[in-house]
Design a protein around this ligand. Structure first.
Ligand SMILES: [Zn+2]
Length: 429
């Protein structure tokens, strides 16, 4: 009797264990099935990625060499002296110097701009833009860049000469208002120079986005525009741009044409995250704080910096426009050193937008697949060296973004419920 009881009890325990195992398995199997694996990068993706990293450091090295050459061989001073002989008007000397200098810089950069922006994307079949179309875009950027450069530096020298001590305050105010102004005007006046933007028509995708916004308890009061980026590239992207009333979400036509709908929804949800979490304003605030922090540095060190420059460079004082290459060199050095800090901040806000997208779509697999498709088409290596990611990446690597989506799916076992399609699923946060 005792033996029978023992056998019976052990069979019950065994059966319970089996049931528990099946229960646990049934809970986790759907999540495990939804885990997305990052494919190994192609040889092209590895090569393309490494080329991108090398070019970043090469650009810094090359531009530093050009600027140092201008100073070291006294070219900057010679250019200033030349225009002093051309005209007696100081303001005209300044404008002509700046124009000649910036044109020289662009001529020096032209071969590598052509290689990196035209030859390389065509070599990797990332673009089928014609040369005529490319040179037209390049020329527009060139004019905008030259105009901005001359305007900024001419004002700088005017202020330095007029307000010997207070010029950093005025320059700070100018920088802040310029950034706000450019952000505000970019969608209306600059972006249409290169592409056509059309409002996303009433369609299933648009319905899904609006339903997502409703679920996240906000009304989508900014336009969603489609950019015909396919005329320049085959890669996929989206962004939030503008400032205040000009804010809008932009998605490239390549995404709509090449990705499954739920993946495009995931990408747009990421952009909605940027908008809802006010990242444009946080970025602007950071610009304001950086500009303000530089004011005392300029007040204390700028004059001494000009006095410390070697006499053989021929720079007279801080208000001498021949100092321009030294200004650019210092700001480019500052920007190079601060790149990891900037990118750390950028990756953290991208991570917030990723999490926002995962929460409102509740579709980890779609998000992960969107990242894999974006990276695959753009020939990005999904798993990058930690140092490269730390220094160069303003977004988390594809591998990390997929990992985040997989983790989200594991932690939210009800899985890929409502992605805005109206299917049943988890409630939004
Ligand atoms: Zn983003």
């Amino acid at each position: 009797m005792k033996t029978f009881n023992r056998n019976f009890v052990s069979q019950i325990v065994c059966l319970s264990r089996c049931l528990l195992f099946v229960l646990v398995l049934s809970l986790f199997l759907p999540c495990l099935a939804q885990q997305v694996t990052v494919p190994a990068p192609s040889e092209d993706a590895k090569f393309h990625s490494i080329l991108g990293y090398v070019v970043y450091f090469w650009n810094f090295f090359f531009s530093s060499c050009i600027l140092l050459a201008f100073l070291f061989f006294g070219l900057s001073a010679k250019l200033r002296d030349f225009f002093e002989r051309v005209t007696k008007r100081k303001w005209l000397q300044c404008l002509l110097f700046l124009l000649a200098f910036v044109v020289c810089l662009h001529i020096a950069y032209l071969p590598q701009s052509y290689i990196m922006r035209f030859v390389v994307p065509h070599y990797f079949k990332l673009s089928d833009q014609s040369f005529v179309s490319w040179i037209s875009d390049y020329t527009k950027s060139l004019f905008l860049s030259i105009e901005g450069f001359i305007e900024g530096y001419a004002l700088l020298f005017l202020l330095i000469r007029k307000y010997e001590r207070r010029w950093p305050i005025f320059i700070c105010a100018y920088q802040i208002s310029l950034v706000a102004f450019n952000l505000f005007l970019y969608p209306t006046y600059v972006a249409p120079l290169y592409n056509r933007y059309t409002a996303m028509p009433e369609c299933v995708l648009r319905d899904k986005i609006e339903r997502l916004a409703q679920k996240a308890q906000f009304s989508l009061d900014i336009p969603i525009m489609v950019q015909d980026a396919s005329k320049q590239t085959k890669t996929i992207n989206a962004r939030v741009e503008g400032f205040g009333p000009s804010t809008r979400i932009v998605i490239w036509d390549n995404a709509i044409n090449n990705l499954p709908e739920d993946e495009t929804v995931a990408i747009l949800a990421h952009e909605m995250g940027h908008y809802r979490l006010h990242h444009i304003y946080w970025n602007f605030l950071l610009t304001v704080l950086t500009s303000v922090a530089i004011v005392p540095i300029n007040m204390i060190f700028a004059k001494r910096f000009a006095q410390m420059l070697p006499p053989k460079w021929g720079i007279r004082d801080l208000g001498d426009w021949a100092i321009t290459p030294a200004f650019i060199l210092v700001s480019s050095l500052f920007s190079f050193i601060s790149t990891p800090v900037d990118n750390f901040y950028s990756r953290s806000i991208e991570n917030q937008a990723d999490l926002y997208a995962l929460k409102i779509t509740n579709n980890g697999p779609a998000f992960a697949n969107a990242m894999i498709h974006m990276g695959g088409i753009g020939l990005d290596d999904p798993n990058v060296n930690p140092f490269v990611e730390f220094w160069l990446f303003d977004h988390p690597s594809i591998g990390k973004r997929v990992e985040l989506a997989n983790q989200y799916t594991l932690e939210h076992p009800m899985g890929s419920g409502d992605n805005g399609s109206g299917d049943k699923g988890r409630e939004n946060p």
